[in-house]
Design a protein around this ligand. Structure first.
Ligand SMILES: [Fe+2]
Length: 195
């Protein structure tokens, strides 16, 4: 099937202070949509009983999903914790698993956690001005370790890569970043499932 391609350049603004685009609507991920993703489900349910909130938002510009195009936008991950675990994105593999991605941190402080099916883990610090290359076949998740600032990143990947959220939703990441004695610490995920 012939896919529509962009034939014109684009100029889309993303605000450096809050990551928002003035003329687009971001997709919002609520805390209620993160059930099962955090280690401490009891605390998550307590938080939800007090009210829902946005954990992160990101832009999908609806680029044509073919291998010649790039999908791009910003992710805005708000500060917070569920128990000792920092607010994070769900994380995903790409549906076309052998596709890479680039992140560029605009604001905030956090990490990009990556792992592949074989169990290799990569953890990169995200601070303003840092770019992180996510290699092909690595699931990736942003983690915000700041107490008060959003973690804002710009991303770009092959537009036909697609998203596989289900693998992480069912298995989790092998590693988690939690706060221990006031410091971010990487631990083995006791809830990780091998199958
Ligand atoms: Fe991705």
């Amino acid at each position: 099937m012939d896919q529509i391609k962009n034939k014109q350049s684009k100029n889309i603004k993303f605000n450096l202070k809050d990551g928002q685009s003035p003329d687009r609507e971001p997709i919002k991920r609520m805390l209620s949509q993160m059930e099962g993703m955090y280690l401490d489900n009891v605390t998550l349910n307590k938080m939800l009983s007090l009210g829902d909130r946005v954990v992160y938002e990101f832009y999908d510009l609806g680029m044509p999903e073919n291998s010649e195009e790039l999908a791009y936008g910003t992710t805005i991950l708000y500060p917070g914790k569920v128990g000792d675990e920092y607010f994070m994105t769900k994380g995903h593999f790409h549906a076309k698993i052998n596709t890479a991605e680039i992140y560029y941190c605009i604001k905030g402080k956090g990490y990009l956690l990556m792992e592949n099916i074989e169990g290799d883990t990569e953890l990169q610090e995200m601070t303003p001005g840092v770019s992180v290359y996510v290699p092909p076949a690595f699931a990736h998740r942003s983690i915000n370790i700041s107490k008060d600032e959003p973690l804002i990143s710009f991303f770009a990947f092959r537009a036909d890569a697609g998203h596989d959220y289900k693998t992480i939703e069912s298995k989790g990441f092998r590693k988690l970043v939690i706060e221990q004695n006031g410091h971010p610490t990487i631990i083995n995920n006791p809830k990780w499932k091998s199958t």
